[in-house]
Design a protein around this ligand. Structure first.
Ligand code: A3P
Length: 313
């Protein structure tokens, strides 16, 4: 599969715009949630209301740092294989995507992006970090299928901390300050706990499927089979195996400069479960354990993460 040069240019521009912002101007608030100004614009949220979802859209919704780039690449690969495109068709599709310069996440980018997305051929793979209440209504109305991605809160926080300190769109912070902000929902895209709880309310809808990072690390082939079945991607076992191999952490990291430009290194960092042990203090551990128990332990998405296995020292 070819990568999309335009997306790298978009990411580079965000980075250049972020470098020009003073630390106190980097963030803005929309409906009580923080967003990075170099990546999202307030007007984009209004433009989202005009987004016209298609029934066959493939929506991936995950809080930042839960593995959205990994899942997106797997979904694109599944779509490509299931589409059985001729070389010519594939090149044409790529050229359209390139020309439209669609930003990597639904809520990123310029004001006109939503309009340009109407010209993308089906099936569109659309990725977002937004909670269900901020998504365009047409996604639910037109019954587009949604994959709700989660990752355990400790690894998500550690991954987000490193990424924020490596990307000028976010404010820099020490680990202790970042821990406090994350626990209070004072990070971009808001509270992790609210995000997972909100998606959990939709988890029994027939058009929503929950998946978690840890289960894909444990059983990638099985996880992908379930995803392919949910979206109706007709692929055989050999193809699933190839997607898993192409999208292994090692393979994606190796190609990361080609696929994500200067961001590659920061995006494909460790790709493991349990890196939280490198930063969490004992009291931070206990605080997170209490919060998980209070907010998510009884939820279906919370249960999927196997918190007792992966998040206890
Ligand atoms: P770490 O920072 O813990 O390494 P997102 O894509 O939503 O920004 O999430 C980034 C996280 O997903 C990073 O976690 C990254 O390394 C991990 N990741 C990316 N590609 C992966 C892959 N192929 N397999 C496993 N993890 C991957």
């Amino acid at each position: 599969m070819t990568m999309n040069r335009k997306r790298i240019e978009i990411l580079d521009k965000m980075s250049a715009d972020a470098d020009k912002l003073a630390p106190e101007d980097k963030l803005f608030t929309y409906k009580g949630i923080l967003y990075p100004l170099a990546i999202c614009k307030l007007e984009n949220f209004q433009a989202l209301e005009t987004f016209d979802a298609r029934t066959d859209d493939v929506i991936l919704a995950g809080y930042p740092k839960t593995g959205t780039n990994w899942l997106e690449t797997m979904l694109r690969d599944l779509e490509f294989r299931a589409g059985k495109y001729t070389e010519e068709e594939y090149k044409r599709r790529m050229a359209i995507e390139e020309e439209l310069a669609v930003p990597p996440r639904l809520e990123f980018g310029d004001l006109d992006a939503i309009k340009r997305m109407t010209k993308l051929p089906s099936r569109r793979i659309i990725v977002t970090h937004l909670p269900p209440l901020l998504l365009p209504k047409s996604i639910f109305k037109n019954k587009a299928k949604i994959l709700a991605l989660t990752r355990n809160p400790k690894d998500t926080m550690v991954s987000y901390f490193h990424f924020s300190n490596n990307f000028s769109a976010f404010p820099n912070a020490t680990w202790d300050a970042y821990f406090r902000d994350f626990m209070n929902g004072k990070v971009c895209w808001g509270s992790y706990f609210d995000h997972v709880s909100e998606w959990d309310k939709y988890i029994d809808d027939e058009n929503v499927m929950g998946i978690c990072y840890e289960e894909l690390k444990e059983h990638p082939n099985l996880g992908l089979q379930k995803i392919a079945k949910f979206f109706g991607f007709s692929v055989n076992e050999e193809e699933i195996k190839s997607v898993v191999e192409n999208c292994s952490f090692k393979a994606m990291k190796q190609k990361s400069t080609e696929t994500h430009g200067a961001f590659g290194d920061a995006l494909f960092r460790k790709g493991s479960v349990g890196d939280w042990k490198s930063l969490f203090s004992e009291s931070q551990n206990q605080e997170m354990d209490r919060r998980f128990k209070e907010c998510l332990a009884k939820s279906k998405l919370g249960a999927k993460m196997k918190y007792e296995v992966y998040c206890k020292s």
